[in-house]
Design a protein around this ligand. Structure first.
Ligand code: MN3
Length: 204
């Protein structure tokens, strides 16, 4: 049985960049729905209820065919949102420095160029989905986007940073302006968490 994880900060904590009402509805309603749907999907399949989100996503092809799609959508939805919420922090509380920052500068030349590339992926994702900074096991960085609730795990890539570009992530405050949402999201990136994800998954 999967449960809703508490936000690591208050609903109001990311203002004015991500507004309180969006945070509340996104976390307590949208994410809760993915959790409820995932639990409902696994209800008649007790043998898979002990699997972690990562296992359900990585090994979805081993599941009975009739639950593969709902698991892909809902385990993906829970996993992605957990990473997304954990991946933000009140503006100015974390800093762009360390091993990951060095790798970003080495790969993309500058912070501005990195952000422009990630933004292009976020704006280029047609319809709903996510833009990601990912790494392989050797620490090589890549920017990708995925549709719906697909994750980089199935591509053997490690999620470092992700931005939700489903309209529910920004419509209340930014309406159709996905670019403005992206620029504001970038102000509340939790660089400490991103660094931790990068360092702990790379085989030196
Ligand atoms: Mn979302």
């Amino acid at each position: 049985m999967f449960l809703l994880e508490k936000l690591p900060y208050d609903y109001i904590a990311l203002e004015p960049y991500i507004d309180t009402q969006t945070m509340y509805i996104h976390h307590d309603k949208h994410l809760q729905t993915y959790i409820d749907n995932l639990n409902a999907t696994l209800k008649s399949y007790p043998q898979y209820q002990s699997w972690s989100l990562e296992e359900l996503i990585r090994k979805q092809k081993n599941l009975p065919e009739e639950i593969q799609t709902p698991v892909r959508n809902n385990a993906g939805g829970v996993y992605n949102h957990n990473l997304y919420f954990e991946g933000m922090a009140p503006a100015g509380t974390t800093s762009f420095s360390g091993t990951l920052a060095d790798a970003i500068l080495k790969t993309y030349g500058s912070y501005e160029n990195f952000l422009a590339k990630l933004k292009a992926a976020a704006l280029g994702q047609f319809g709903s989905g996510w833009a990601w900074l990912v790494s392989d096991k050797k620490g090589r960085l890549q920017i990708i986007s995925t549709p719906n609730q697909d994750t980089p795990l199935t591509m053997n890539l490690i999620p470092i940073l992700l931005v939700d570009v489903w309209e529910h992530a920004y419509y209340l405050k930014y309406q159709n302006l996905r670019a403005s949402y992206f620029d504001n999201w970038a102000k509340v990136i939790n660089w400490d968490i991103a660094e931790k994800r990068y360092e702990s998954n790379i085989q030196q």
